[in-house]
Design a protein around this ligand. Sequence first.
Ligand code: FES
Length: 161
Amino acid sequence: MNGWVLLAHGDDLAAHGCWATGWIGAIPVLVRNFNGSLRGFRNVCSHRFALMLTEPTGKGPLRCPYHAWVYDQDGVPKAIPFNDTDFHLDDAARKTLALPAIGVAMAGGLVFAHLDPDADSAVPAGWMAGEGRECTLPDGSVIGPDLVILHRASARREGAC
Ligand code: FES
């Protein structure tokens, strides 16, 4: 899938440390609030490729549950248990292990994600500007004029798209 995907409601990410997860096609992704800035990454640890955040939403550090690597706002592992004795990763080596970034956009109080970190973040806002008509999102969900979202399965059942 190559497009913007609805990931979460903005309220889910309103405070520092709040995060939300989802999928863009078969790729697990996450968005987290870092001191008021929403940053998104692939939700796969750089160490042994574990899925890191497994709940739809939550609050806390971006920490892998497997060996407890903690990632910063740039997706770089900043805390690595036993680094001094086992891994010996300096800052440059840590940067090579940064999580791949994704695109993040806020529009209409909703948070959208895109696999391309350089994707045009104005696109979701353009959808929201379509007053009085429905907008079909890339995942098949439909946003009505009142900004009520119908998941794609519901939209199909009701014949909305
Ligand atoms: S797999 Fe994530 S810290 Fe080891």
